[in-house]
Design a protein around this ligand. Structure first.
Ligand SMILES: [Zn+2]
Length: 223
């Protein structure tokens, strides 16, 4: 850990640009969006094809766009990508487009940020198929604590937003595999950290130290 770092908060998954100099943000780009020419200093990116983007006849174009964006040196994560039973094209195409991205992530040795709504069977099938050597992080998790415990047992990480943080969930998952996020909530990341600290019954400094340590472990950084 670098004691000189001015970074206090890490917003692991957001759709907004963040210019606060105490925050490092991973801004999500969906296929077709480029890394902006001008972006704040403490910004990294994730790039992926969101399951909501798939219509059934656009996957080849999205895959080409995804490959172009994911090669950018500031893109440190693949995703958000995954499974959604409520929106976007369903079935085998959704699965194959995820496998396409997860295979590229595996080749590049990059972690994957997962969007999953009711698609847990497919996610586990994909996990067994790819056998990734880098973590898959489930973002915006809102399921039960027993589901969280079972995913945790299988090695998944979690990026939790304000609504996903509860005493039951924090008991179910490994604290060394948790990250925090604002997603598209419009909240401040400081508020998410405060809620985490209150729920985990630790100080805000301890929360900041833990999340920073987890982030450094994930990327082998020394922030
Ligand atoms: Zn998102």
């Amino acid at each position: 850990m670098n004691p000189d770092s001015k970074i206090r908060y890490i917003d692991f998954h957001t759709h907004r640009q963040c210019a606060d100099n105490d925050t490092l943000a991973i801004m999500n780009l969906t296929a077709g969006e480029d890394v902006p020419a001008d972006f704040p200093e403490n910004t990294l990116f994730s790039a992926g094809i969101h399951p909501w983007q798939l219509t059934g006849d656009n996957h080849e174009q999205l895959q080409t766009e995804f490959i172009l964006t994911s090669a950018h040196p500031h893109v440190v994560l693949i995703g958000e990508a995954g499974f959604d039973h409520t929106r976007g094209v369903q079935g085998e195409l959704q699965y194959r487009v995820f496998i396409f991205q997860a295979s590229i992530a595996a080749e590049m040795h990059k972690p994957v940020v997962i969007h999953c709504v009711r698609g847990w069977d497919e996610l586990l099938r994909a996990y067994r198929e790819i056998k990734p050597d880098r973590p898959w992080i489930i973002h915006g998790f809102r399921g039960s604590s027993s589901l969280a415990a079972s995913l945790d047992d299988q090695g998944f990480w979690f990026s939790l937003g304000r609504e996903g943080i509860s005493a039951e969930i924090l008991k179910a998952v490994s604290h060394d595999r948790i990250l925090l996020e604002t997603d598209d909530s419009g909240r401040s990341i400081a508020e998410v950290y405060r809620h985490y600290a209150m729920t985990a019954e630790c100080s805000e400094d301890e929360a900041a130290g833990l999340i920073r340590k987890n982030f450094n472990t994930l990327f082998n950084f020394r922030l």
